[in-house]
Design a protein around this ligand. Sequence first.
Ligand SMILES: [Cu+2]
Length: 201
Amino acid sequence: MVRFVILVVLALAMMSAAACGSGVAEVEHNAAVSAARAAGYAEGREAGYSEAEAKYQAELSMMEAEERHVGVALGEWSLTVTPNTVPSGVIEFTASNGGPADPHEMVIFKTDLSVQQLLAIAEANRDERGFLPEEGVEGVEFIAEIEEFEVGQAASGEYLLLPGRYVLICNIVDADEIGDDGHPEAHFLEGMWAEFFVTEG
Ligand SMILES: [Cu+2]
């Protein structure tokens, strides 16, 4: 128990020492991961686990703490991702639909094409209702999708993302809503997109 307390105190000291430097979030994250590992071990021992079981518990606690958490705010018409840069690994996206009226979804594409290029592809796909095709576009790889959900709700998904540049969009086209231009409302074209970056872990 004494060793555990010392570890936590050390971790807290590292976190506060890092608070005035650069890469603060990364150092805090690493400290939290270390603390979680120590806490997992201590909890295991207190629960009467064997040494090996407690070490296993420590690894599980560490893996949980290593997960990255990203928030995505959806609404008419914006998509905001916070933070927009994280290290490679398992990333949990939690999207919330702030409406005010429409269901939204979140699709993750890996691509080096600019957003302007992607918008042009969707615009050229107006005959097909104006979405960005999720297959068959060179240089655009579909990674994952949180299916559409209602206003006031949240939905999440965990994905293993490799380093690179991603674009998150809402790819819904609402055939019941015809815009001033005479086309069905395409959420991506209305402005629901954000760039997202994954760095080396
Ligand atoms: Cu949408």
